[in-house]
Design a binder for this molecule. Structure first.
Ligand SMILES: [Zn+2]
Length: 426
């Protein structure tokens, strides 16, 4: 190892700027929209072909039978692995290849990957094909930089992150693809900004509250029992009792934006009575009302406590409000997760940011979840972070883009971090 291996590596990555742009464009041009999971196979095979030409052993894993999997939309993941010259740790870069629907408001073709003013535009440019392209260029440059590398490099392109990861990282983690000793350190190039290291995310509890009533003619509501009025009592209780408590509960997690540094609750949707239609309503007292809640929890909270807090509030209404009855149904839950900011991958990436960007890295947590949850909880792999070139606020927006300069810089950061981890010099 030369005293300063970095300049050579960085020069090499600078020289591949055009190649990096071409690669990101090629990835964006696969319209891997989820749902339903379009073009997963050709996108995975494109990545596989490229890495197999670079000496990687490539495997395709079809997550058969997972949500959305069908003959037309198979859930195809790609994992590429390259063993080095000597034994050592395994550094894995995991990117999801799915993107969300385009939505309205685009001024450019979302799948043309147009380059303008130093940016590449397209659905997935930011979240997260720009990050995937940067990680591939980083790893290829590292391999080509001459030194014989110990340890193992892995790159995966996985599906369905936007819909929970069940056909992607969840499926793979359950089958040992993300567990030690196969893998030791994971970097997920999600769009968290080029100078930030994301060490975790808040947890989630989605649930449905249903209140019950009794049907009657709408002209004589006193003969029935209105489920919507019962739900109004629930929301009133949430407003008066729960929201102030949640606002007061602050976390030590460095969540960005800082507004998400306390517990939050979103009322996702509400429906009571007859279905919405353009015709005249029939006069009925609603016998059911359903409210979907989206509760985000902090590392300092526990899931059981979060649930019983809501259940207790509903039980109070049972005691105090005549005719009140409810059901509470779990829809989905994810535990909060936070890696050690002094762990090897966080430290190695922060050191690389300092070197490449000339400023201190910021450690952050994400307000929402991403695939780190499966790597942590199922894979039992703690040394995992998210780091990538995209600008967080642009994710899922119309005219989403990634800055080419950020892709180049993040490729340098990823290459430097991977090299330090492989050589154990973090
Ligand atoms: Zn993403």
């Amino acid at each position: 190892m030369t005293p300063d291996p970095w300049e050579n590596l960085f020069t090499m990555i600078d020289g591949r700027r055009d190649e990096l742009v071409d690669l990101a464009q090629a990835l964006i041009r696969f319209p891997t929209v989820n749902p339903p999971g379009e073009a997963y196979r050709p996108c995975a095979e494109f990545i596989g072909r490229r890495l197999s030409a670079r000496g990687f052993a490539v495997e395709y894993v079809h997550a058969a039978g997972t949500p959305g999997d069908s003959e037309r939309h198979p859930r195809i993941n790609v994992i590429a692995r390259r063993e080095g010259a000597a034994r050592g740790p395994c550094v894995h870069f995991n990117s999801h290849i799915d993107v969300v629907q385009t939505g309205a408001g685009w001024t450019l073709d979302p799948f043309a990957a147009i380059v303008k003013h130093g940016k590449i535009y397209g659905r997935g440019a930011c979240d997260m094909k720009g990050g995937l392209a940067a990680s591939i260029i980083a790893v290829e440059a590292l391999i080509d930089s001459g030194a014989s590398l110990p340890g193992t490099l892995e790159i995966s392109g996985t599906v369905d992150e936007e819909s929970g990861g069940y056909g992607g990282v969840h499926y793979l983690a359950e089958r040992g693809w993300f567990s030690p000793p196969r893998v030791d350190h994971v970097i997920i190039p999600e769009p968290l900004n080029v100078d930030r290291v994301c060490i975790g995310h808040r947890g989630v509890w989605w649930a449905e509250i249903q209140t019950h009533g009794r049907m009657a003619h709408g002209s004589m509501p006193f003969l029935g029992d209105c489920a919507v009025r019962h739900m109004n009592a629930v929301i009133d209780r949430l407003e008066r009792d729960l929201y102030p408590k949640l606002m007061a509960r602050r976390t030590d997690m460095p969540v960005v934006p800082s507004g998400a540094r306390h517990s939050t609750l979103n009322l996702n949707s509400i429906h009571g009575g007859q279905a919405e239609s353009s015709g005249y309503p029939a006069p009925c007292v609603p016998d059911s009302c359903r409210l979907v809640i989206d509760r985000r929890l902090l590392i300092e909270e526990n899931m059981d406590g979060v649930k019983s807090e809501v259940r207790e509030l509903l039980e109070q209404l049972v005691r105090e409000r005549e005719g009140f009855s409810y059901d509470l149904r779990d829809i989905f839950e994810v535990q909060p997760t936070m890696a050690d900011r002094n762990g090897p991958v966080a430290r190695g990436t922060a050191a690389a940011i300092r070197r490449v960007m000339g400023r201190e890295a910021e450690f952050v947590c994400s307000p929402g979840t991403y695939d780190q949850k499966h790597i942590d909880r199922i894979g039992k792999l703690r040394d995992c972070i998210a780091y990538g070139p995209g600008i967080l606020d642009l994710a899922h927006q119309p005219d989403e883009y990634v800055l080419i300069e950020d892709m180049v810089n993040s490729a340098k950061v990823m290459a430097m971090a991977a090299r330090s981890l492989l050589f154990g010099t973090v």
